[in-house]
Write a protein that binds this ligand. Structure first.
Ligand SMILES: Nc1ncnc2c1ncn2[C@@H]1O[C@H](COP(=O)(O)OP(=O)(O)OP(=O)(O)O)[C@@H](O)[C@H]1O
Ligand SMILES: [Mg+2]
Length: 291
């Protein structure tokens, strides 16, 4: 991958309206200033259903942030806001604001394709293309019209994803012949081949065995030297092992409608969330009494 540091500009002309991350009083919980993402009152609806609401958090640069919480509380929904994947769901819409550095990600002028190049995503189920290992990694850079040696870029990306040694002699073989853990690392290589700034990972290890999971966790810890990582996980040991900060979400029944709506309960340093949470609901969840 390229080591060149590129300014996180998504489009050359982004209207500025004076709105900045520093302009409000909500706690940034000590993230490195300025944060990479700043969510303020971020709420997502699917049609009339308010799936998750009033999310206020800052994501620190080159940190690993974990989203935890019971099924249906909106972790994936919020994660998908960060690279505008929810745009692909017709009935989804957001309220509130989400800044990426100081750019309003949802400004109509912002190109969602450019957003996804800067902010990559790795999914729960490894989803390599039915192509060779090489072509999977080269796919994004080719579309982006990247100049320079594709061989070097493929090699660097596979090294970055901790897969090179295992595949260097079979780059022309089908990616579908790799094991699940190798496929997931290939998906990570594919994501980093376009030199993103951020990697979003939605339960990236849930389909993997403990050894492959350990490999990916080690990889994440190395990758945070270069990338900002946000991970959704149901594995609390994993959140505790790899993340710097943890956001606990839950879903509660709305008094008027009875619908279960997601909310962010608590967000803090991972060590505090797991040792001394502020909220009883967080404590109940992490001690296994609920969820
Ligand atoms: N495409 C969609 N259309 C309608 N409702 C949706 C859609 N995606 C998610 N939802 C609803 O939004 C809420 C939050 O879902 P989401 O997938 O974000 O939860 P989650 O915390 O990631 O859950 P899990 O841990 O099971 O992955 C749920 O009530 C879910 O049913
Ligand atoms: Mg999910």
């Amino acid at each position: 991958m390229s080591t060149e540091t590129e300014a996180p500009t998504i489009k050359t002309e982004i209207p500025t309206d004076g709105q900045t991350a520093a302009s409000d009083e909500l706690p940034s919980k000590g993230v490195a200033s300025p944060p990479v993402f700043t969510a303020r009152d971020l709420t997502v609806y699917y049609g009339d259903f308010r799936a998750v609401g009033d999310v206020n958090l800052d994501i620190g640069e080159r940190e690993i942030t974990a989203f935890i919480g019971p099924s249906g509380c909106g972790k994936s929904t919020i994660l998908r806001c960060f690279n505008r994947m929810n745009d692909l769901i017709d009935i989804a819409r957001i309220e509130g604001s989400l800044l990426y550095h100081d750019i309003d990600l949802y400004d109509p002028e912002v190109d969602p394709v450019a957003v996804r190049r800067r902010i990559g995503m790795v999914f729960q189920k490894p989803n390599p293309f039915p192509k060779s290992i090489y072509d999977n990694v080269a796919y994004g850079p080719r579309i982006a019209g990247v100049k320079g040696s594709m061989d070097d870029l493929v090699e660097e990306s596979l090294i970055g994803a901790g897969l090179w040694a295992e595949v260097k002699d079979r780059l022309g073989s089908s990616a579908l012949g790799l094991s699940g853990g190798q496929q997931q690392r290939l998906c990570i290589a594919r994501a980093i081949a376009v030199s993103p700034d951020v990697l979003l990972m939605d339960e990236p290890c849930s389909a993997l065995d403990p050894i492959a999971t350990g490999t990916i966790e080690e990889l994440m810890k190395e990758m945070k030297n270069e990338y900002t990582i946000v991970i959704v996980t149901h594995n609390m040991q994993q959140a505790a092992r790899v993340s710097d900060r943890t956001a606990f979400f839950t879903a509660e029944a709305d008094e008027a409608t009875g619908q279960r709506r997601g909310k962010l309960v608590e967000y803090d340093e991972t060590s505090l969330i797991f040792s001394n949470p502020n909220d009883d609901r967080t404590e109940a969840y992490i001690t296994g009494r609920f969820g």
